[in-house]
Ligand binder design. Structure first.
Ligand code: SF4
Length: 428
């Protein structure tokens, strides 16, 4: 049997695509293997959203080239290929490059199959899962917002939505195959339906909640898509996780404008307020970029104070790095690495405080928790709750037949792993 190994960098959309690519190979007789087992095919699904992501992609490719079997093939796919780099001009006969719009051809090309296959969005799908408990389901690709720092519109192209029928078929198949939780993903998820005549994200969600899937998580959604109708619907649905990732990027209005973001800090604050009013236990995560070209100490302080003031539950902090093709790459950028690192560290510290505050809130308010339990290590079952908090359960009586938590609330911190110990809710 031939062996395949896959390494995925970057976003949930890449994770979905890796599952789909891998599924094609496994359905045709390959087995999933470790890099150390000298695989016949290694796939690196790359990312180029930051310098670090590019570095990790290059590292993974070099490692794969050293690890494959003598006749093995290394497939380099995704955004870093679209972006192009001198690295990809290397003429190695065991190295194959696939940009994003050719990922669905990987299996056929590697196996040298001449079958006809379409190039449409639906081709890349999977009804089973090999890498994840919470399975990403890609419903949208591309973005035309052109935020000044972002390379994704250049490497992912214009927005394209996947037809609802195809999404529902996949969700049903995953559910029949034992998947409990899906994560809806897209490069700009809120744009779902903009290129279709009869659909949008809300309509899609209404269809998905009618399937048998038990838990639905939304990946990142831009703030302007949280309108009243969507918020009311999210609040009314038991299957939808109380976890929303809403990119902020900066808490300074001048920086937001330079970034080509289309909302002000006041509008962002108002959206968070509406979400929290409708869903008081909503976990809200934010992306923030520090060191954007020209960001002053004062602008950074505004970002810090803004985040300190709004009820966010965790932060993903990124240090700006110029991306070829983007508007920001042409701006003067001379902030020292030491300062941007300090800014990043102070926001990470704030993020940690916010995360603990949110965990404490869940304990104090005895918020009921939902999760698919994943694994048992020593005396604890562990997982990630619907609020995206790590949880640990000792008592197996609180595991329902379908593997989900039943009737539990958070009782205490598990300090050694930054998570929550959960126990049966005996509170009335
Ligand atoms: S919304 Fe902005 S940050 Fe998000 S993918 Fe589009 S251009 Fe990039």
């Amino acid at each position: 049997m031939k062996k395949i190994s896959i390494t995925t960098l970057g976003c949930k959309t890449n994770q979905f695509e890796s599952e789909a690519i891998l599924n094609k190979f496994i359905k045709n007789g390959y087995i999933l293997s470790d890099l150390n087992d000298k695989p016949d095919v290694v796939i690196i699904n790359t990312c180029c959203v930051t310098n670090r992501a590019e570095y990790k992609s290059r590292y993974a490719i070099r490692r794969a080239l050293k690890s494959i079997s003598p006749d093995g093939k290394v497939v380099v796919a995704g955004c870093y290929v679209n972006k192009g780099s001198s690295f990809f001009e290397k003429d190695l006969n065991n190295l194959y490059f696939f940009p994003n719009d050719r990922k669905h051809e990987i299996f056929y090309e590697i196996e040298k199959l001449k079958e006809e296959h379409s190039r449409d969005f639906m081709e890349l799908t999977t009804d089973s899962y090999h890498l994840h408990t919470r399975v990403p389901v890609k419903v949208q690709d591309g973005c035309n917002f052109f935020c000044a720092y972002c390379i994704l519109p250049f490497v992912r192209g214009k927005p394209v939505s996947r037809p609802i029928r195809s999404i529902i078929e996949q969700v049903n198949a995953l559910s029949e195959n034992g998947v409990k939780e899906i994560i809806l993903t897209g490069i700009n998820l809120g744009l779902y339906g903009f290129d279709l005549t009869d659909s949008n994200l809300l309509y899609l969600l209404k269809e998905i909640v009618r399937t048998d899937i038990m838990q639905i998580r939304l990946s990142s959604i831009e703030p302007m898509f949280f309108n009243d109708e969507l918020i009311d619907f999210l609040a009314s649905q038991k299957k939808i996780c109380h976890h929303f990732h809403i990119p902020l990027q900066s808490g300074s209005d001048t920086v937001l404008r330079k970034m080509n973001r289309t909302y002000s800090t006041a509008e962002f604050k108002n959206i968070i307020k509406k979400v929290k009013t409708a869903i008081p236990d909503a976990a809200i995560g934010c992306d923030v970029i520090v060191g954007f070209p020209g960001e002053t100490d004062e602008e950074f302080s505004k970002t810090y104070d803004f985040i300190d003031d709004v009820p966010v539950s965790y932060l993903h902090v990124f240090r700006y790095s110029p991306r070829k093709f983007t508007k920001a790459a042409e701006m003067d950028w001379n902030l020292s690495g030491t300062i941007s690192k300090k800014r990043m560290q102070s926001l990470q510290k704030l993020g940690h405080i916010k995360k603990n505050e949110f965990s404490k809130y869940l304990i104090d308010k005895k918020v009921p928790l939902k999760a698919v339990l994943e694994k048992k290590e020593k005396e604890y079952w562990s997982s990630v709750s619907d609020h995206s908090v790590k949880i640990f359960l000792r008592d197996e009586n609180n595991i329902a037949e379908n593997g989900m938590l039943k009737n539990v609330v958070a009782k205490d911190f598990k300090a050694d792993s930054d998570g929550l110990i959960v126990e049966e809710d005996v509170h009335d």
